[in-house]
Design a protein around this ligand. Structure first.
Ligand code: PBG
Length: 326
């Protein structure tokens, strides 16, 4: 024997009650944000094959899903529009009567007092080439011309009543330009959830099906390289300087180190996006009986929260909120 008492960390793991008492990380339904897709011109919801349990909503079923989310205590809803027509500049994204604007009005009207209603501020759902911006004659994504489209889009979304916009295109200067446009149109109270550190990721695969994306190629000239951590902090610095109200890291699970670094440096709340591929992997393994689905879902969310996320976008938001309230 050493003469020291034997230290027993296991003492704090002995019963459910003591484990509950000492848990450092506790998620609340209000921290969860549900991403939801609404598609123009359909009369029934359309299942998304690579995301079992997730659908493209009709305007009507979206309203119902929003009520269900609000009743479960979910904190926010992030809306994605799937238009019937796509074109080179993503015209439907700035059409005041476009599907996304209609959905914003519907959801704000239905649950706007109970949850924060957010909208994706990006062109990829609306362009026929599938890029997040407009193209220059040489086929590259034109940063500054895209900023003008984002400015216009932000105002149209604000006019539809959205509470918070989510610029997700990774164009340089997007946060400052969107802030200026919103303020210029009298929408000082519309907040911005900035996609600050968004990586060029294979984990977005199922999302491309969800929004009917026509993208060929990749987004590596505007989304970040998975090899890099430092530039996430540079993006953070810029987004904070340009007025981001919340910042986000995306995807979540393969980027928990980035999330921790951003959380340590940020002066505003930090969100993380558990993306479509993360969802699909768990659902697929669970469908094969290879993992305990419910347990793994809560473990992923707890870990993302522990790594530094104050808010989590997750396709399991409603289910997880119900579990957390038990
Ligand atoms: C861009 C956008 C994407 C996602 C959210 N916003 C797609 C992309 O960048 O390719 C992906 C979300 C997910 O995979 O769940 N509008």
């Amino acid at each position: 024997m050493t003469g020291y008492p034997l230290h027993r960390p296991r003492r704090l793991r002995t019963t459910p009650a003591v484990r509950r008492l000492v848990a450092e990380t506790r998620l609340h339904p209000a921290q969860l944000i549900l991403p939801a897709f609404v598609r123009e011109g359909i009369s029934e919801p359309v299942p998304i094959g690579s995301m079992p349990g997730v659908v493209q909503h009709t305007r009507d079923t979206l309203r119902k899903a929003a009520v269900e989310a609000a009743e479960a205590g979910v904190g926010g809803i992030m809306l994605y529009g799937v238009p019937a027509v796509q074109d080179a500049v993503g015209s439907e994204g700035t059409n005041p009567d476009g599907i996304l604007q209609q959905a914003i009005r519907d959801v704000v009207g239905e649950v706007g007092d109970q949850v924060v209603v957010m909208s994706d501020l990006c062109l990829d759902e609306f362009t026929d080439h599938g890029h997040c911006g407009v193209l220059a004659p040489d086929g590259s994504v034109d940063n500054d011309a895209t900023l003008e489209r984002y400015a216009e889009m932000a105002v149209v979304q604000a006019e539809a009543g959205v509470h918070m916009v989510g610029p997700s295109g990774m164009m340089d200067g997007q946060i400052g330009v969107v802030r200026e446009a919103l303020d210029g149109a009298g929408h000082q109270d519309v907040a911005m959830l900035a996609y600050t550190a968004k990586y060029a990721s294979g984990f977005y695969g199922p999302f491309r099906e969800a929004v009917g994306s026509s993208l060929k190629g990749d987004r590596k000239t505007y989304q970040q390289d998975p090899a890099n951590a430092r530039e996430a902090l540079r993006e953070l610095e810029l987004d904070l300087a340009e007025g981001a109200d919340l910042v986000m890291v995306k995807p979540a699970m393969a980027y928990l180190d980035i999330l921790r670094q951003v959380a340590d440096a940020s002066t505003v709340p930090v969100a993380a996006y558990q993306v479509s591929g993360e969802y699909a992997m768990v659902e697929a393994a669970a469908a094969n009986g290879w993992i305990d689905r419910d347990r793994v879902i809560m473990e992923t969310l707890t870990s993302i929260h522990r790594a530094g996320a104050d808010q989590i976008l997750t396709y399991w938001a409603v289910e997880a909120a119900r579990t957390l309230r038990q």
